[in-house]
Design a protein around this ligand. Structure first.
Ligand code: ADP
Ligand code: ASP
Ligand code: MG
Length: 447
């Protein structure tokens, strides 16, 4: 059971979460918690201040962090031993963090590893407090530090799980923590390298932690508890009249997340698929709602399920007459992207032109320079990508006609349908994104 930031935002939210867990004790719940809502953002600011060697600002931000958690402890726990334990834990974590950022300010260099160390503190704080509150509410709860079992390699800010280690360590740690307890709590998001250096799984990574643990434990279900009634037909913050989806396939959910739906971390589905474990997306603010079940594809009907988008993408157009009838041109182009570690999203080609989309924030300077040696290159920065997701949508006759028909006021710069036929994506002007989302949604779901 994973509870996200808004589900553990304050004492009321946490009390609700504990009641939800109480109802599941027979199933031996493993509870994975995120940092309190907005805390990870605050920790990023702490790291920025440390990088800028602004020690006063960094310390003031850590004080803010400490005060928010101390207030939480006071509201959540009655005066007595439990409150004392939680209060001491908060003070000691924040004290260690202050010492760490002071050291970074002195050294004057913030490595990825140090950044990961700083932003891990949100989950360390929330898990300690919630674990103590569960015990106080009469649920004997064991505690595991996720860094002992979620082992990753690569970039410490976006660790790459080492599945063999995780599959070995998770059962060892969790089974040990269950002894004498009815539930176990651990942190989402945070991890460590093989040589015990801190790391994290990337923004929104707590979902991924939950599915990694679910896989390693052969769990009967992976529950992602959030602040909406399951996966919806589009992002409810951007589109009016969205509906909850009762069930979707692993592939559809993975594709939705990959193409921008913020409700799940894009890699959450992969470990669940490996063991065919159903994933449920549920609402901690409305626990009786059915939410969404994410299941094997053969249990899911064909058809459109949802619309995802990526607001800020870049569209790269590569034009060359040399491409015509010359084998190896494409590989030459993609080698340039690969050599520069730039990952591409959508691709579409015609006789003399290749269009590629990629997420903003990747450095394209070298790529453009190298491509320009053998082709004309144009980069557009004001585009967005909209994807219609659904099982076998390629076979839904008329879908493309419908969709394009609704775009009469908007230019479409690229259309791409993956071979998997789970998505059709469009590139449109960013200025028109909201309009396109709503029009697609009206046409596809408002009947
Ligand atoms: P948590 O803190 O629980 O991990 P997130 O903010 O990461 O929560 O994800 C939940 C949010 O995802 C919802 O509040 C919703 O606004 C957003 N969202 C985006 N696309 C979708 C979608 N298709 N279905 C449901 N929610 C979505
Ligand atoms: N706290 C982390 C974040 O805000 C991880 C998560 O919430 O899933 O990105
Ligand atoms: Mg999330």
């Amino acid at each position: 059971m994973k509870f996200g930031g808004t589900s553990v935002a304050d004492s009321e939210a946490i009390s609700r979460v504990i009641t939800i867990i109480e109802g599941k004790l027979k199933e031996q719940p493993i509870v994975v918690v995120s940092a309190l809502s907005k805390v990870t953002d605050l920790l990023y600011k702490v790291a920025d201040a440390a990088r800028d060697r602004d020690v006063d600002k960094a310390k003031a931000l850590v004080d803010q962090l400490r005060d928010r958690h101390i207030d939480l402890v006071e509201n959540l726990l009655p005066a007595g031993d439990y409150r004392y334990e939680a209060d001491s834990a908060v003070r000691s974590i924040c004290h260690a963090l202050t010492a760490f950022v002071e050291a970074i300010c002195t050294v004057g260099e913030l490595t990825s590893r140090s950044q990961a160390t700083i932003i891990s503190n949100g989950e360390l704080l929330s898990s300690r407090i919630i674990g103590i509150a569960m015990n106080q509410r009469g649920i004997p709860t064991g505690y595991v530090d996720a860094r002992k079992m979620i082992i990753v390699s690569g970039d410490p800010m976006k660790g790459d799980p080492i599945f063999s280690e995780i599959e070995k360590r998770v059962p060892e740690e969790i089974n040990r923590a269950f002894q004498g307890h009815k539930a176990v709590i651990t942190q989402g998001f945070i991890a460590s390298s093989l040589n015990e250096q801190p790391a994290v799984l990337g923004r929104g990574g707590s979902d991924y932690t939950a599915s990694l643990i679910g896989m390693a434990m052969d769990a009967t279900a992976i529950e992602i508890w959030t602040d909406v009634d399951g996966v919806k037909t589009a992002d409810p913050r951007r589109v009016a009249c969205t509906k909850s989806i009762e069930k979707i396939s692993f592939e559809e959910a993975a594709e939705m997340a990959h193409f921008g739906a913020k409700v799940l971390h894009p890699l959450t589905i992969e470990p669940a698929v490996m063991k065919n474990i159903p994933v449920f997306v549920l609402n901690s603010l409305n626990p009786t709602s059915k939410g969404t079940a994410i299941l094997q594809s053969d249990q899911i009907e064909d058809g459109v399920k949802s619309i995802s988008f990526k607001e800020k993408i870049r569209l790269v157009n590569i034009f060359s007459t040399k491409m015509i009838n010359v084998s190896g041109f494409l590989s030459k182009v993609f080698n340039v992207f690969a050599e520069n570690n730039v990952s591409v999203d959508l691709i579409s080609t015609s006789e003399a032109n290749i269009s590629i989309t990629l997420e903003e924030g990747q450095d394209l300077e070298k790529v453009v320079k190298q491509l320009s040696e053998f082709a004309e290159v144009k980069v557009d920065d004001d585009k967005s990508q909209v994807s219609i997701i659904g099982k076998n949508i390629g076979t839904q006759r008329g879908l493309l006609r419908w969709a394009l028909g609704s775009l009469s006021n908007t230019n479409v710069y690229m259309i791409s349908q993956g071979a998997s036929v789970v998505n059709i994506s469009f590139v449109v002007d960013r200025d028109h994104l909201d309009e396109v989302l709503q029009e697609f949604h009206n046409i596809l779901f408002d009947y």
